[in-house]
Design a protein around this ligand. Structure first.
Ligand code: COA
Length: 237
């Protein structure tokens, strides 16, 4: 069913020196982490994790994804711990059925995304999802559009002028991921909603056919968190 446009949330970039503070109702607080220069050393980030998270970190065979997990989870625990007034390792994080990590009790909502170079951490008072991608040339963008975008999005992509296709692709991709992550769903739902693909128009969910997406309205914001990266955040109404 077509969705009425929802105003996008206000994205507030917060410096990594300020891990405290609660978001306003229409606001998503976002921390941008350059993974090459994390704001804390690995030992102090590991000290923020639970025993279960230590086990998960130890199971990574490759250093880069391990570093992404330890940095993202360690910092989000510091941010939540500062809000809740508890030690980072004591922040009660649990998982939904599709594997979304959430704060037990639902008082605050968070989400994390990482690329090889950059991680973004989002904090809000309502369900939130965040995604970022490095904007780059792809070997077969049309094939990815065919595979991951809905029929309406495929048509919108075809109609974009050539000079907007790359931006439109990453705009659509990050918006779709942000919506899925906000709702705590999985990529199996990609065909069941449509987002605005034209980066020159306000980001929006145009139609939602999946019950869990249609039952709630989702505001979207899209921006460039660091040069050369596209990011989107979705916030449940
Ligand atoms: C798992 C998924 C939610 C995101 O995966 P991703 O884009 O590879 O990864 P990101 O870096 O953006 O996000 C990973 C983080 O999201 C969180 N996460 C995991 N499962 C989640 C879910 N179901 N919902 C919301 N957040 C989730 C976790 O915090 C995870 O980081 P962590 O494992 O270090 O804690 C899922 O959408 C996926 O598998 N995507 C694959 C990419 C794809 O095909 N995209 C098509 C877009 S059109």
């Amino acid at each position: 069913m077509p969705s009425a446009p929802v105003p996008g949330p206000r994205v507030v970039h917060v410096p990594l020196t300020d891990l405290g503070g609660r978001p306003g109702v229409e606001e998503v607080r976002v921390w941008v982490v350059k993974l090459e220069y994390p704001p804390a050393n690995e030992a102090s980030l590991l000290a923020c994790l639970t025993a279960e998270e230590h086990d998960r970190a130890a199971r990574y065979k490759v250093a880069r994804p391990r570093h992404q997990f330890v940095t993202g989870r360690g910092l989000i625990r510091q941010i939540l711990g500062a809000c809740l007034g508890v030690r980072p390792a004591e922040v009660p994080i649990t998982y939904t059925g599709a594997g979304k990590p959430v704060l037990d009790g639902g008082e605050l909502h968070f989400n994390v995304t990482h690329t090889d170079a950059v991680a973004l951490l989002a904090l809000a008072t309502r369900p939130v999802g965040i995604d970022t991608e490095q904007v780059r040339d792809l070997a077969n963008p049309d094939g990815l559009v065919q595979r991951f975008f809905s029929p309406a999005e495929r048509e919108a992509y075809r109609n974009l002028p050539p000079q907007l296709k790359r931006a439109g692709f990453f705009h659509g991709w990050t918006c779709k991921e942000a919506v899925i992550k906000a709702a705590g769903l999985s990529v199996t739902c990609l065909e069941s909603f449509d987002v605005e693909l034209d980066p020159a128009r306000p980001p929006a969910v145009i139609a939602a056919r999946h019950a869990e997406l249609a039952d709630r309205r989702w505001g979207l914001a899209a921006w460039e968190p660091v040069p050369g990266f596209a990011a989107a955040v979705a916030l449940g109404e």
